[in-house]
Design a protein around this ligand. Structure first.
Ligand SMILES: Nc1ncnc2c1ncn2[C@@H]1O[C@H](COP(=O)(O)OP(=O)(O)OP(=O)(O)O)[C@@H](O)[C@H]1O
Length: 364
């Protein structure tokens, strides 16, 4: 756990960057600090590892005052990832990853073996170990940055805009892999971003900062989306707030319609519907086909591919996206084992979302 207790930072020129901050980043969770430029996010983060000294207040790491922890100990306990990865340009990838373990006195062979494991963990094979940072793409550099921060197996991670230097597609990939890694490692993470989508995607807890280093609101993404504390937070969440909120609503209990199916290899399909669901021999949905156009020669390549939404763990937002992306306006659903569960039409998706909204308002 990282605890800020009445922490203030006033720079030498009189700028109050952080004002009387008291927040807690819970153990094993991702806490995201989000807010417009200049509102004190980076200052907050850097006070944790004492790159910046607080003017007043205390920061506790697992109950221990960070001001009293020896610097070398601190490096061991806190991984730090920054924008553009911040790799040492004249060192190979493997030496970048081993930098802190070497400082900690870990033997060369052991540090390098661990570095290889970490490279695999972040999705890079061993051929990258001998390269220099300039021989990597931006996304690959970010991966190495994450591997380097994990090298000393620190319980805490500070991440300052870790995925912002890459294009949106790579960024989404990195975010997904990061969540996968965090699912296994459960580090206590404090992350800074100015991107609300990233905050909502990654954060277990979000702290929204406003001008002058003041917390406008903190809570889970779902809480903040459902009940922004004030106009500033609502504006910051933007016009797509309702759509984002759907991402946190489950579809469990939904009763899908049994749209007919066509199993690949069969000579024909049941008529009556303009689009039906193509499934494989294991009863897994592949996408959509038109019944009049199929034959025993129809292959997976002839199917309009669709991603099925999990009936057990899917969200309303996934359902809406799937329905909008399909040729007939319906989302395909699958059971946990991947087998076909039915379909839901866009009209039903919207109607149930509106009903849920009504129920939530009535409960307030
Ligand atoms: N060394 C410094 N001396 C004086 N003022 C500073 C210093 N570093 C930062 N500031 C000011 O403190 C405030 C907070 O800066 P900080 O970098 O923490 O904000 P931020 O929310 O991380 O911004 P960004 O999203 O743009 O990185 C800003 O007004 C900034 O100009």
């Amino acid at each position: 756990m990282i605890e800020f207790s009445d922490v203030t930072k006033v720079y030498d020129d009189g700028t109050t960057a952080v004002d009387d901050l008291s927040i807690t980043a819970p153990t094993g969770k991702i806490t995201v600090l989000v807010g417009p430029s200049g509102c004190g996010k980076t200052t907050t983060l850097r006070m944790v590892n004492r790159l910046i000294e607080p003017t007043r207040g205390k920061i506790l790491l697992g109950g221990e005052d960070s001001g009293e922890i020896d610097r070398i100990q601190m490096r061991r306990r806190i991984g730090y990832v920054i924008q553009n990865a911040g790799l040492f340009p004249h060192q190979t990838v493997v030496d970048n990853i081993c930098a802190v373990p070497y400082l900690n006195g870990v033997k060369r062979g052991e540090a390098r073996r661990r570095a290889q494991e970490l490279l695999t963990l972040v999705g890079l094979d061993e051929t990258y170990a001998k390269r220099y940072p300039w021989q990597l793409s931006g996304g690959q550099q970010q991966r190495v940055g994450v591997a380097r921060a994990l090298a000393a197996d620190p319980p805490y991670m500070l991440m300052d805009e870790p995925f912002s230097a890459v294009d949106p597609i790579v960024r989404k990939q990195l975010q997904q892999e990061f969540l996968r890694i965090q699912g296994d490692l459960a580090k206590t993470i404090l992350m800074v971003t100015h991107d609300i989508d990233e905050a909502l995607r990654l954060g277990d807890q979000i702290v929204v900062f406003s001008e002058g280093g003041v917390v406008a609101q903190s809570g889970s993404p779902a809480e903040i989306l459902a009940r922004p504390a004030n106009r500033f937070v609502a504006d910051f969440l933007g016009a797509s707030r309702g759509y984002h909120a759907l991402g946190f609503e489950t579809i469990r209990g939904l009763d899908p319609q049994q749209t007919p199916t066509f199993t690949l290899g069969e000579p024909s399909a049941p008529a009556g519907e303009p689009w039906i669901v193509a499934i494989d021999h294991d009863h897994r949905p592949l996408g959509w086909v038109q019944p009049g156009r199929v034959s025993d020669r129809t292959r997976a390549d002839d199917v309009q591919t669709a991603t099925a939404v999990s009936l057990d763990s899917g969200s309303r937002r996934e359902l809406l996206d799937a329905a909008l992306a399909s040729p007939g306006g319906s989302a395909i659903l699958a059971h946990d084992d991947g087998t076909y569960a039915g379909t839901v039409h866009l009209d039903e998706v919207i109607r149930s979302a509106v009903d849920a909204l009504g129920e939530e308002r009535a409960a307030r």
